[in-house]
Design a protein around this ligand. Structure first.
Ligand code: FAD
Length: 474
């Protein structure tokens, strides 16, 4: 269903502008350099991968080989417009961090990777406008240096702002909306090559429909994000939180700090690690007592999977640091793993959090053999049509799987069946088997979104198998 052709690619990390990237998942060093050489040299949009016939284009995890390697790179709004006008079918490729085929195309890919500049920082309005190829890892240190911060980040900073917001990517914190809730304006190139500008202030419902757009409305070329003054955070990790405490005190536990993540392998009736991210401002600082609901404060930095080295993880042990070096779990300077994993995640309305967690725990004997680690997070409600948190705060139950798709694929319907009574919604960018009709029934604004898509893309230029199946299918 998800076109997850197994693909074993040689992994090789390369440092570009101080950022170790995983692009080399699909390219060896030589072809990578040729790729970037082509990018820089190209005066106009150029077909970059036609020559790289031995190097197949895959997603970051390598579980999905994309259906074409016709990848074009645009350097300007005009190039985007001209390319879109010429093509009958295309998808924008962000940083390729989705695990399913939401970004896939059988025809053409457009990359905005080289459009990664800060367009405007408005200190009075507390906003920044960036070109859509920008990643959070590039943007965050810039903002901090200028005295600003974003409200939240995902578990890793390597992802593009446009791709992340398009799929309602989130961090944790019961008062924090997903990353797309920081978007206050977008510039989109529609299927006709027209430029549409939408803002939270000026375009109400249309704007709220477009922000989590699943890549269906057009090419996002610029995004404006809300900022706040930069802030200092500390991260603490606690080990072995009894599941009974979660059952009895989930709401209190989640209210204890700005962002809380619970990691578990579902064994031994316990949460193996509690990651607490606390802001230093008065009234917000977490009181890091040696015990937290029966869990013990860790005495060294930990990886979410305790057996693995914490080298790639953000600083813990209460060491103060800037927001962008504490909110993600993984540091910008490293790729978090070799990519040999799969991910699934389900959003459950917050009021069912404990029941849903216990429902998954009952599946532990089926889940654990395929699992690397699970993470439980909370997210505030929002007003974005296709956000899984539309008008409801959520708890998310995430699974990092071993890369065994045939077995995971059999297990997902079992998990989905257990979570169905809570109207669980899968993460748009991760692996799921929820039938399209069920998926649609959980989103009140689906019909409006389809209307909006047809307005911007009447012929389905930006559609692909994922969208045809999950959004536009009957
Ligand atoms: C190791 C790892 C950790 C992760 N952690 C988290 C996490 O903490 N929280 C979470 O919620 N998710 C997480 N994810 C999931 C993932 O980050 C998101 O789903 C996100 O979409 C990835 O962004 P991308 O740019 O790589 O998207 P891609 O896979 O490149 O694209 C995703 C979608 O966005 C569209 N798109 C991208 N750019 C544009 C554009 N300019 N205009 C129009 N459409 C566009 C694409 O067409 C596609 O439909 C994680 C993934 C990985 C691999």
């Amino acid at each position: 269903m998800y076109n997850c052709r197994a693909f074993e690619a040689e992994q090789e990390e390369i440092t570009v502008a101080n950022v170790r990237t995983a692009w080399a998942t699909v390219m060896n060093k030589r072809t990578f350099i040729r790729f970037f050489g082509a990018l820089i040299a190209s005066p106009v949009i150029s077909p970059l991968l036609a020559w790289a016939s031995n190097n197949k284009l895959t997603n970051w995890a390598g579980n999905l080989q994309y259906s074409t390697d016709r990848l074009y790179s645009a350097n300007s709004l005009e190039q985007v417009r001209s390319y879109v006008r010429k093509q009958s079918q295309l998808k924008v490729l962000g940083t390729r961090h989705c695990f399913n085929n939401i970004a896939d195309s059988t025809h053409n890919f457009l990359s905005l990777k080289s459009m990664d500049d800060v367009v405007a920082l408005d200190p009075r309005a507390h906003t920044v406008t960036v070109s859509a190829g920008m990643t959070y890892g590039q943007l965050s240190p810039y903002l901090h240096a200028k005295g600003f911060a974003l409200h939240n980040l995902a578990s890793l900073p390597h992802i593009s702002v446009a791709g992340a917001c398009s799929t309602a990517t989130h961090g944790s914190g019961e008062k924090n909306g997903n990353l797309a809730t920081a978007v206050s304006a977008v510039e989109i190139v529609t299927a006709a090559g027209d430029v549409v500008k939408l803002s939270r202030q000026g375009d109400g419902e249309t704007f709220r429909g477009a922000v989590v757009g699943l890549g269906a409305l057009g090419v996002i070329t610029k995004i404006t994000l809300d900022l706040q003054p930069t802030f200092v955070m500390r991260q603490y990790v606690y080990e072995n939180l009894p599941l009974a405490e979660v059952k009895d005190h989930f709401d209190v536990i989640e209210s204890k700090a700005y962002s809380i993540s619970l990691f578990t392998n579902w064994q031994n009736q316990r949460i193996s690690e509690v990651w607490i991210k606390s802001r230093d401002e008065e009234g917000q600082a977490f009181d890091a007592t040696p015990e937290f609901f029966g869990a013990k404060r860790a005495t060294r930095n930990l990886h979410p999977i305790a057996e693995l080295s914490a080298e790639n993880c953000t600083e813990q042990m209460g060491v103060p640091g800037p927001w962008f070096e504490r909110l993600p779990h993984f540091r910008m300077g490293f790729t978090p793993s070799a990519g040999k994993e799969l991910q699934s995640e389900y959003f459950v309305p917050r009021q069912h959090a404990v029941e849903a967690i216990l429902a998954v725990e009952r599946l532990r004997d089926q889940v654990s053999p395929l699992l690397m680690i699970s993470e439980i997070r909370t997210i505030a409600a929002d007003k974005l049509w296709l956000s899984p948190c539309y008008e409801q705060p959520c708890v998310t139950i995430h699974f990092t799987w071993k890369q065994d798709w045939p077995s995971v694929r059999k297990l997902l319907p079992v998990i989905e069946r257990e979570l169905a009574p809570f109207e669980a919604r899968p993460h748009w960018g991760k692996l799921f088997t929820t039938p399209p009709a069920v998926l649609k029934s959980t989103y009140k604004k689906f019909p409006d979104f389809i209307q909006l898509s047809k307005q911007y893309d009447p012929q389905g230029k930006f559609r692909n198998e994922f969208l045809n199946t999950n959004v536009f299918g009957s």
